[in-house]
Design a protein around this ligand. Structure first.
Ligand SMILES: [Zn+2]
Length: 102
């Protein structure tokens, strides 16, 4: 390999690195656009899990929400004077704050 060949090879490598950097940059920009519209992978998984949990926890004897009419889910109060006690909560929570005593 003479001096000219080395220069050509070095130049080719530089061009290749530059192209790859540009391609990766464009790919990241495209993924960012998709992320803005559809949300991230973890976000999608959380939405699926919450929908499944909601579907599982709506029992046949569940009353309907006094505010919006959707089925209610049995929950346990985590704080306040009713802490530890069960109550009915709207399945549309947090969009709806409807509750009923059990
Ligand atoms: Zn409701």
């Amino acid at each position: 390999m003479n001096c000219d060949d080395s220069l050509v090879v070095a130049n080719c490598l530089l061009v290749l690195c530059n192209r790859l950097t540009m391609m990766i940059g464009r790919q990241i920009e495209r993924q960012l656009e998709v992320f803005k519209v559809e949300g991230g992978f973890t976000e999608g998984l959380t939405a699926e899990r919450l929908a499944y949990r909601k579907q599982q926890s709506v029992s046949a004897d569940a009353p309907v929400c006094p505010l919006c009419g959707k089925p209610m889910i049995k929950r346990v109060a985590k704080k306040g004077i009713n802490s530890g006690k069960e109550f009915w909560s709207c399945s549309d929570y947090p969009q709806c704050n409807g509750t009923r005593r059990i």
